[in-house]
Design a protein around this ligand. Structure first.
Ligand code: UTP
Length: 297
């Protein structure tokens, strides 16, 4: 089995839950700590050997392209001013990554966004990583590497990352019906947003997938589901129904998923990353403690 080195990163969504912040800027470009969300996603993929990356973009997403482009004027100015530390902050643009872009011209859901990658991906397995989710503090997760290995070891059709969520929150997620209670497990089925009493587990789909090109036929055969969108989960269920082999890989405790899709989780992510910041974290911690103490008085 050849190595998987391509990834598809859908970033076309409107981010309506983050309005007005996302009115004229992509939610994937919102900062978490020092970097925009999507930079963490690219750095995570770079670390596990991805070297060709397709962004599925949409209207108003040009700042993503600009962010990963070279910026000679800026680098020259920083060099002339001897600002080596700031230049180092831009080293991510020199990662050995080739960027590609395509537009999802109609926002018909995540499944449809993945389908837009078919011509690019061709007949090979690939990683799909949601552009609005960071895995692990400062994206220091190698979940995708474990997923790639699981894909190869089992000659699988799809691998999905899962995080444990509190049992009472399962109604918000796509939930695994696993065959075994292990870190890597084969899937019986997936259940979309089950009632708490009906959830087969507390394992929620967590923004990373390794997919065989069979997914494209499954997506084409998938009718619009929730929200009139073509759901990736439905297409993976179709693979399962047709005797496909689908596995789940659990995130480790230290590989928490930071979903930037709503204000509550965005604020939490920003706070955690800011507190973990080497330079300003300690000062912020003192400040927050003081603020919270004042609040109690
Ligand atoms: P979400 O469903 O969380 O994003 O998709 P959204 O549609 O932007 O959210 P709201 O509900 O309007 O706030 C997760 C990821 O999939 C991408 C999004 O850009 C996001 O990174 N996505 C979603 C697409 O690329 N295309 C779509 O049609 C939907």
């Amino acid at each position: 089995m050849s190595e998987i080195n391509i990834a598809v990163v859908p970033v076309a969504g409107m981010g309506t839950r983050l309005l007005p912040a996302t009115k004229s800027q992509p939610k994937e470009m919102l900062p978490v700590g020092r970097k925009p969300v999507v930079q963490y996603v690219v750095e995570e993929l770079d670390r596990v050997g991805v070297n060709r990356l397709l962004f599925v973009t949409g209207q108003g997403k040009h700042s993503i392209e600009n962010h990963f482009d070279l910026n000679p004027d800026l680098t020259q100015m920083l060099r002339e001013d001897g600002k080596e530390d700031l230049l180092a902050e831009l080293s991510f643009i020199r990662a050995p990554m080739q960027y590609f872009y395509t537009r999802q011209r109609q926002l018909l859901g995540l499944g449809h966004a993945i389908l837009c990658a078919e011509a690019f991906v061709g007949n090979q397995p690939f990683v799909a990583a949601l552009g609005d989710s960071i895995i692990g503090m400062n994206a220091k997760s190698r979940i995708v590497e474990r997923m790639m290995k699981c894909y190869a070891d089992n000659d699988a059709d799809a691998i999905i990352a899962f995080e444990e969520v509190p049992a009472e929150e399962t109604y918000r997620y796509g939930i695994a019906d696993p065959k075994s209670d292990t870190d890597i497990f084969e899937m019986n089925d997936l259940v979309e947003k089950p009632q708490v009493s009906e959830a087969p587990s507390n394992l929620a789909i967590a923004a990373r997938y390794v997919l065989s090109p069979k997914i494209f036929e499954a997506l084409k055969a998938t009718k619009p589901g929730v929200g009139d969108e073509i759901q990736l989960t439905d297409a993976i269920r179709l693979l399962l129904k047709n005797s496909g082999k689908v596995y789940g890989v659990r995130l480790k405790k230290e590989e928490k998923r930071y979903d930037i899709g709503n204000f509550s989780s965005y604020f939490q992510a920003f706070t955690e990353f800011a507190l973990a910041d080497e330079h300003v974290g300690p000062e912020l911690r003192t400040y927050l403690k003081k603020l919270l103490n004042e609040d109690h008085s």
